[in-house]
Ligand binder design. Sequence first.
Ligand code: SAH
Length: 358
Amino acid sequence: MPPRHLADLDPEARRAAVKELGLPEFRAKQLSTHYFGRLVRDVAEMTDLPAAAREKIGAELLPHLLTPVRELACDDGATRKALWRLHDNALVESVLMGYPDRVTACVSSQAGCGMACPFCATGQAGLTRNLSTAEIVDQVVYLAGVAASGAVAGSPPRLSRVVFMGMGEPLANYPRVIAAVRRLTSPAPDGLGLSQRHITVSTVGLVPAMRKLADEDLSVTLALSLHAPDDDLRDELVPVNQRWKVAEVLDAAWSYAARTGRRVSIEYAMIRDVNDQPWRADLLGRLLAGKLAHVNLIPLNPTPGSRWDASPKPVEREFVRRLRAAGISTTVRDTRGQEIDGACGQLAASTVDGAEAR
Ligand code: SAH
């Protein structure tokens, strides 16, 4: 694990930590105001701290966790991908997406991923390690700073949403992800002050963790990566289905919806001739009918070496039509960041060294 950072700590632990450094307690709030309130991540810029204290605080509470390797932009600057090197040389990526009415950060919760979904680039290399709470939060604070600088043309300057849809399975790094959500949603200066409803935690369907999440008293949006309505196919597309079947995972989703009153987002990557048949749309419609659910279809983003392709548009339209006819609210996600390998399922930072050497 990386060194301890302010963002790992709740406000009480921050006060204890500054006291341990021999500093007065009010420094904790001052640091939090800089970091969460003003998005200042570097202690050198906190010039209202006495110079001697600054050095100590930098080393003990604000170590550099994320070293930028490179940043890429596309979609006329509305999509930006940042590649980071962590203290142990693990690589992760984050994506910032600007829309006319909002700015969304897509963050990684693990370096790599152990879930091995065959259509996802991150899944191919396996899991390197869990990220710490601060490594997650710092991605968001950095991206919020980019948004605040006005770099995302045509979008508001305030980052308003965070989706845990970058690298990793957030519910496999449960305590750190939950702590990160608390930092993101605590009012400033304790945290970033984002709305819980504007945080989306996306999962392959780790049923016990989904049930635990329902007990956290957090009204975050839960996204479930379903991708197939039948166990035969889902066993292949989302291997964890061999452990928790479609019926169980949907049951956990409906419990979450009942507990929180929040509509669950059902994610479904449209893969040509694999999961896009009309009968699968109808089966999905029957599974979701009358439930607090929304279907988000994702045109498959091609990953290197994959034998799979996105569904043709007419096939996608028919799938949407059938779901809607069954009364299911359905949208097709716009594909952002495809040409910078920053789209869903394309984050595979571990391959970048080779790319850089080219
Ligand atoms: N592990 C979590 C979150 C990360 S992926 C999860 O699986 O939900 C975020 C979303 O992108 C998931 O729905 C995932 O299935 C989807 N995805 C992965 N690879 C993709 C690809 N190549 N094209 C489109 N969507 C993909």
